[in-house]
Design a protein around this ligand. Sequence first.
Ligand code: SAM
Length: 275
Amino acid sequence: MKGKLYLVATPIGNLEDITLRALRILKEVDLIAAEDTRHTLGLLNHFNISKPLISYYKQTEKNKSEILIKKLLDGKNIALVSDAGTPGISDPGEEIVKLAIENNIDVVPIPGCVALINGLIASGLSAKEFIFIGFLSALKKEKKEKLEELKYETKTIILYEAPHKLKNTLEVIYEVLGNRKIVLARELTKIHEEFIRDDIKNILNNIDNIKGEFVVLIEGSKESKIDIEISNLNNKTLEEHYEFYEKQGLEKKEIIKRIAKDRNLSKNEIYQYFI
Ligand code: SAM
């Protein structure tokens, strides 16, 4: 019988956040694949768990995935853990999951901590809809391009950032997105846990020597791309407005309805104009 691949979430700071199920799985599996075996050994020792460990980190993900798949096919149960939080979320995991699915191996998520979700729920920003972009590129050009894409994103934007790059990243966010409301969720679940809630400009003035781990949460744009397109259309002629919707393949009746709505006029007024 094939083994199972367990994706086990571990704490992001406070060791009390490990779940009972995660502990049971870590005790039961044959092998634990860990991003940094020394780091995971510390966690295992704390909970008196002794298991063979194999390293599984970004640079070796492909090669190690193949080795682990062979073991799973041989019937071994394997737990994958990262240094902190949920494997696969800005951490290695994706490769082996894909390969396991291709080989009809059961993939079992063992839920637990994930920094972005804990940052979001306490941020005070809208948690109804959000977009997570992981780490931005370290290259300024790529960083700017990604943020440009998000300029009219109305959902809360969440990203991860290393402490030494935080200031520069906030400067680029300010440059591209303007002075939005942001939240820095710092050192989640740890002794110095803190939520810094302010606009980017004020935050930039006060974070020179800031330390720790951060989730950065940015308020979504007040106007979507469509809102802006519509307000631009309202400055154009009715014919140009009509043409815009016609190019989208809409029927005359629907076009008139939309123009009336965009311009806050009655459908009849628009209809009369076009005859
Ligand atoms: N897999 C992890 C998860 O489930 O959240 C994320 C791993 S990623 C390599 C590390 C980044 O997550 C950090 O740079 C930081 O942005 C964020 N992070 C991890 N732990 C955190 C904590 N305790 N407080 C705030 N941010 C944290």
